[in-house]
Structure formats: structure tokens, C-alpha cells
Design a protein around this ligand. Structure first.
Ligand SMILES: Nc1ncnc2c1ncn2[C@@H]1O[C@H](COP(=O)(O)OP(=O)(O)O)[C@@H](O)[C@H]1O
Ligand SMILES: [Mg+2]
Length: 369
């Protein structure tokens, strides 16, 4: 297996910039997810790694080799697509064995490899069928089997689960992750689904408009988002963002008319002229409406999830989501207080960059870019 490096990758389509000086290293054996909204350039980046697209500028290195000008065949990577791309007229066995056939591997050896890979993906009983006789999940397994059979230097996967129903998607996440760990396979996986990225990745590379917003382990993106875009994209529900004003007299932030003392974090907030505060639903607490230093709000909607309850609260003009205990309930419009512990909040400057992070729970603070 091998390390993958993108160095200063740029891509223009008809004069329109789709990727902007992308620098990215995927370590040997690492599972990196390219995450971002539709149209942000994920597929383009993956196709550049595969050699299916030529970058306008920059270099691609795989296993220490500059492959920028090599054809896909010469790069030794296997790609898995959303559409499976199986050959409909071939049996499952022939589909899986195809990459070996075009490399001239003799039939008996090929059959042994097909049997081994099919067994590891639990599709051994399907080898004589045609793709149309398979379910979506089975087809996706065949596509994976075909990708792993020739033991490539790296796997590239573009939204491989998006055609599956929700339940199967969740179970296939785990299967792909297990397979990747067993093979210790360098993998670049593209998705627009943040839950998929969070559950599968060693590191997530979050892209917006062709620019990397943050490249870090999932927990770090969740706890220490580099900017407001990351805060709003990662996590379900997304982080709450509230407009604030600084009050130098009380060394406090003022949110919806309520002053919340910041203590020793005030100076950093003031120096960066912070304009917004970000805080997760699980860090907010519902209280009686008239408690001191709580934000005054009213219940917008209550969403019971069985094990916990999400409550949307209207604070001024802004809706925030608060996680409450199971069984929590109140009539719509009921007044409530929302308690913020500012230690759990982060603060954004006018450009949306996180300038003051939450106080970590014993985790190292994020590295400066
Ligand atoms: N072959 C192409 N020709 C022109 N524009 C393209 C081509 N491929 C992609 N694009 C454009 O590049 C942008 C990024 O596309 P893509 O990489 O497919 O995004 P994603 O996979 O993140 O949804 C989009 O605006 C898309 O329309
Ligand atoms: Mg895409």
C-alpha cells in the first residue's frame, strides 16, 4: 500500500476554478474522507488522483512516485463508484475477476483469487448470477470485490453507498471500514454525508468551493471547528450559532439581552472583535424562564427521539437546538431559559474564522494552520 499526495492541485473547467491549490497527504494505510456539499469539487479531486482527469496545475504522488502524467492503468489504484459499474452481461465471478483477466492472469489462478475475495465479502454463493439478479447491497459488494482482487496501492471510492437504502447504508459503512482495516488499505472516500464521514474516517478533509476548510480527525472537527462553515456542516444537529455583542464593563458577551461573563477568555474575544458564538446542543441546558444569566427563549418545537429529546428554542430571532432528557416536554411557545456554559462555546470573528476555541475536555488544543 502507499501514501497519496496532492501538491498544489488546481483545476479549471472552461476557465472556472473548481479546485484551488489543494495540498493533501493521505498516509499509508489511512482512511481519508473528502467531505463537502454537492459541487464543491470532491469527485474532481478523486478523478485527478485516479488519473481520469488532468489537473491544471500541481502534482499527484502515489507511493513516492510522481504519477501526474501517468494513465489510470499505470497508477495502480482501484476505484469504486456510486453506480457500481458492473458489466451486465457477465456473471458475478467474471465481473470480480475482470481486472485480473485484462492483466493476463491465467484462468485457474484467477478462479482461486475470485473465490478468496468472494468469500471474504460473503458473496461466494452469488458467483454464477448476473448483476441484474442482485440487490443493490449485493451489487455494491461485487464492486468492492472487483476493486480489492488485484491488491492495488490505494482505493478510491466515490459515494459508493448513496444508491442504497438508509439501513443498508449504515451497515455497509461498517463493512467497508472493517475491510479497509483488514487490508490496511490506503483509501480516499468521497461523500457529502457528514455522518458517513464521521463514522468511517481516520481523518476528514472538509471542502467548500474547492478549498480545504479543515483536515483533521473527526472528533477534532466536531470539537474544534476551524470556522463557521465547519461548525455548521459537521455534527447532527449542527452547531448553534448566535449573534453576540461584547460588554467590556462586565467582561461578558451579551446574547439576546442576557450578559454571560467570559472570565479570562474575554481578552482574546475582544482582541479578535468576535461577532458570533458557536455551541452544540448537548452543551446547552434548559432552565426555568427567569433564572439569572440564562438566555430568555420560548419553545419552538419539541422533537422526542426516544432516548433523548431535541428542543428548538426561539431566542430573539434565532432558533437554537438544545438537547434535553428523554420525556422532556412543554407546550409550544412556553417560556424557557437556556443556560450556556461559555467554556463550551467557541467564538467566530467577522470573517467566520474560529478565533477562540472551547476549553477542551483534556484534549490537546487544535494546531494552528
Ligand atoms: N467535466 C466537467 N466539465 C465542466 N465542469 C465540470 C466537469 N466536472 C465537474 N464540473 C464542475 O465542477 C464542480 C465540481 O464538481 P464535482 O467535482 O463533481 O463536485 P462534487 O463531487 O463535490 O459534487 C461543479 O461545479 C461541476 O459542475
Ligand atoms: Mg461527486
Amino acid at each position: 500500500m502507499a501514501e497519496i499526495q496532492l501538491r498544489g492541485i488546481e483545476k479549471l473547467f472552461d476557465g472556472v476554478r473548481v479546485l484551488e491549490s489543494l495540498d493533501l497527504t493521505v498516509h499509508d494505510g489511512e482512511f481519508v474522507v473528502l467531505l463537502g456539499p454537492s459541487g464543491c469539487g470532491k469527485t474532481t479531486a478523486l478523478r485527478i488522483v485516479a488519473g481520469l482527469e488532468t489537473p491544471t496545475a500541481g502534482e499527484v504522488h502515489i507511493g513516492g512516485r510522481d504519477v501526474t502524467r501517468l494513465s489510470p492503468r499505470e497508477r495502480d489504484v482501484a476505484m469504486v463508484f456510486q453506480s457500481y459499474a458492473l458489466y451486465p452481461h457477465m456473471s458475478v465471478a467474471d465481473n470480480i475477476g475482470y481486472p485480473l483477466r485484462i492483466r493476463g492472469v491465467p484462468a485457474p489462478e484467477r478462479a482461486r483469487a475470485v473465490a478468496r475475495v468472494a468469500h471474504s465479502l460473503e458473496v461466494g454463493h452469488l458467483l454464477n448470477r448476473k448483476p441484474r439478479q442482485l440487490s443493490g447491497g449485493q451489487r455494491q459488494r461485487i464492486a468492492l470485490a472487483r476493486a480489492i482482487i488485484r491488491e492495488p496501492a490505494a482505493f478510491l471510492m466515490d459515494e459508493p453507498l448513496s444508491n442504497l437504502d438508509a439501513k443498508l447504508r449504515v451497515s455497509m459503512r461498517g463493512e467497508i471500514r472493517r475491510l479497509q482495516q483488514r487490508l490496511d488499505a490506503t483509501t480516499v472516500y468521497v461523500t457529502h454525508d457528514q455522518a458517513e464521514a464521521m463514522t468511517m474516517a481516520d481523518r476528514v478533509c472538509l471542502i467548500s468551493n474547492g478549498v480545504i476548510q479543515q483536515f483533521a480527525p473527526p472528533q477534532e472537527l466536531f470539537d474544534f471547528p476551524a470556522n463557521r462553515f465547519v461548525a455548521g456542516f459537521v455534527g447532527n444537529p449542527p452547531m448553534n450559532v448566535l449573534d453576540i455583542r461584547l460588554d467590556p464593563d462586565r467582561q461578558a458577551v451579551v446574547v439576546a439581552g442576557a450578559a454571560i461573563p467570559l472570565g479570562d477568555r474575554y481578552a482574546a474575544c475582544a482582541a479578535a472583535a468576535v461577532e458570533q458564538l458557536g455551541i452544540r446542543a448537548r452543551e446547552l441546558t434548559l432552565t426555568a424562564p427567569d433564572e439569572p444569566t440564562t438566555l430568555p427563549g420560548s419553545v419552538y418545537v419539541v422533537e422526542p427521539l426516544g432516548d433523548e429529546t431535541y428542543v428548538e428554542v426561539l431566542i430573539g430571532e434565532t432558533r437554537v437546538t438544545v438537547r434535553a432528557d428523554r420525556g422532556w416536554t412543554a407546550p409550544l411557545g412556553a417560556p424557557v431559559g437556556v443556560r450556556i456554559d461559555p467554556a463550551n462555546a467557541c467564538f467566530f470573528d467577522p470573517s467566520g474564522r474560529t478565533v477562540v476555541h472551547r476549553v477542551g475536555e483534556g484534549r490537546p488544543p487544535p494546531k494552528e494552520e
